[in-house]
Design a protein around this ligand. Structure first.
Ligand code: ADP
Ligand code: MG
Length: 243
């Protein structure tokens, strides 16, 4: 089992040209906590995820993982400790099985099969003529967005990173595959330091902390009940959804 990591975002600012995508963001994700990030399109959620993974190198402020500034660690070790299920998943044109094993090339077949189960991919794979040996096609185009994301979840399960980050799928998933994805995520994130970006409120109610972003800033954070009590943005969203 991977050690539990502590992630700290300190006064992080990111600009694209004159446009400020993140403005002085502070966030603490304590070891083993699951945080859910919420916000309209363009709020800056994916930008924060990309900074964590150092897809962008330039940043104002600091991101620390286990008290180490991520700017000072090698990309290799950073990417070993953080596992990201991105918004747009890219797969290799190989079998589903090998795409998953990529998360941990040393994994035994049994472990890959276990990851397939945890990611709720087994029913889908059973219906394929070649099962998990099915080749996914150039850039995974033969699979739907939700299926690709579950392949990436299985890959991440196998990798068992100390920090798990999940960015919602762009394509509107049907509610059945969204439910499968969220069940898989809930299972694997529990007890792991995790940051989960999701639209549907029902999937994030149980997060240790819900963080609401707007125009590059954190505008509210707290547990579901704390935010309801506060009567702000989250509580408005919650009430709107109950209707
Ligand atoms: P979210 O994931 O919350 O929908 P993003 O982090 O993707 O939002 O984007 C935040 C803002 O930054 C958006 O206005 C977006 O257009 C802008 N943005 C993101 N990436 C880039 C980029 N590479 N170049 C220019 N603008 C960008
Ligand atoms: Mg996004």
């Amino acid at each position: 089992m991977a050690p539990k990591s502590y992630m700290r975002v300190e006064n992080v600012t990111k600009k694209f040209g004159p446009f400020t995508a993140l403005n002085g963001v502070d966030l603490d994700v304590y070891p083993g906590e699951v945080h859910a990030l919420l916000g309209d399109n363009g709020a800056g959620k994916s930008t924060l995820v990309k900074l964590l993974f150092r897809s962008y190198d330039v940043l104002g402020g600091t991101i620390l993982v286990d008290e180490q500034n991520i700017a000072n660690v090698t990309l290799k070790s950073l990417r070993e400790s953080i596992g990201i299920v991105p918004q747009d998943t890219v797969l290799f044109n190989e079998s589903i099985f090998e795409n998953i094993r990529f998360g941990n090339p040393a994994a035994a077949d049994d472990q890959v099969l276990e990851a397939i189960k945890l990611a709720h991919l087994d029913d889908f794979i059973r219906e394929l003529p070649d099962g998990s040996d099915t080749v996914v096609g150039e850039r995974g185009l033969k699979l739907s967005g939700g299926e690709k994301q579950r392949v990436t979840i299985a890959r991440t399960i196998l990798k068992r990173p100390a920090i798990l980050v999940f960015d919602e799928a762009t394509s509107s998933l049907d509610s059945k595959s969204e439910r499968s994805i969220m069940e898989a995520l809930n299972k694997i994130s529990r007890g792991y330091t995790s940051l989960i970006i999701a639209h549907r409120l029902s999937t994030i109610v149980n997060a240790d902390k819900i963080v609401v972003m707007d125009h590059g800033e954190i505008v509210e954070q707290g547990s579901h009940s704390e935010l309801l009590e506060m009567g702000g943005r989250y509580s408005d969203l919650w009430i709107a959804q109950l209707r």
